[in-house]
Design a protein around this ligand. Structure first.
Ligand SMILES: [Fe+2]
Ligand SMILES: [Fe+2]
Length: 153
């Protein structure tokens, strides 16, 4: 049983590292100055990248929710039910915020170029939420696996 738990925790952590790398690439891209002339080209490309990111995120959340990760955490430490529930709520919030940004971007035409600053801000806020979400998961894993059951590996 312990081996299975460790493998899942390690996989979740490995995905966190991959997601962090993708977020840092996207963060750099959204910082790039673009002109109003390039807005629609930029928009289409950025939407594609954001959709790919959202899809990776959905798979990651599925792994955590359906791949026995949360279940194992609760079987070891049922006292952390509230923390697990909060994390699951955050999954829904983050995906919904991403959907909102994508829906707005889709509606934008060239004349909506001034809205770019707002989009940048919202993307930055999602990444901030996601960084602290993953940090909370790391802390939960430490409390569950390391403290009570020895090192993960
Ligand atoms: Fe999560
Ligand atoms: Fe996660």
């Amino acid at each position: 049983m312990q081996k299975k738990i460790s493998e899942i925790a390690a996989r979740v952590e490995a995905e966190h590292e991959t997601l962090k790398r993708t977020m840092s690439i996207l963060e750099n891209e959204i910082k790039h100055e673009i002109s109003s002339v390039d807005f629609s080209v930029w928009k289409l490309e950025f939407m594609g990248k954001l959709r790919d990111f959202q899809s990776s995120l959905l798979k990651h959340f599925d792994l955590e929710e359906e791949g026995d990760f949360m279940e194992e955490i609760l079987s070891i430490a049922p006292q952390f039910q509230d923390r697990v529930e909060r994390l699951e709520e955050e999954h829904t919030e983050i995906i919904s915020d991403l959907n909102g940004i994508l829906a707005d971007l889709k509606k934008f035409s060239d004349r909506d170029f001034p809205q770019l600053a707002g989009i940048r801000k919202r993307v930055g806020e999602i990444f901030t939420s996601l960084y602290s979400h993953e940090a909370a998961e790391r802390e939960l894993m430490q409390d569950v696996y390391l403290q009570d059951h020895g090192p993960v590996d």
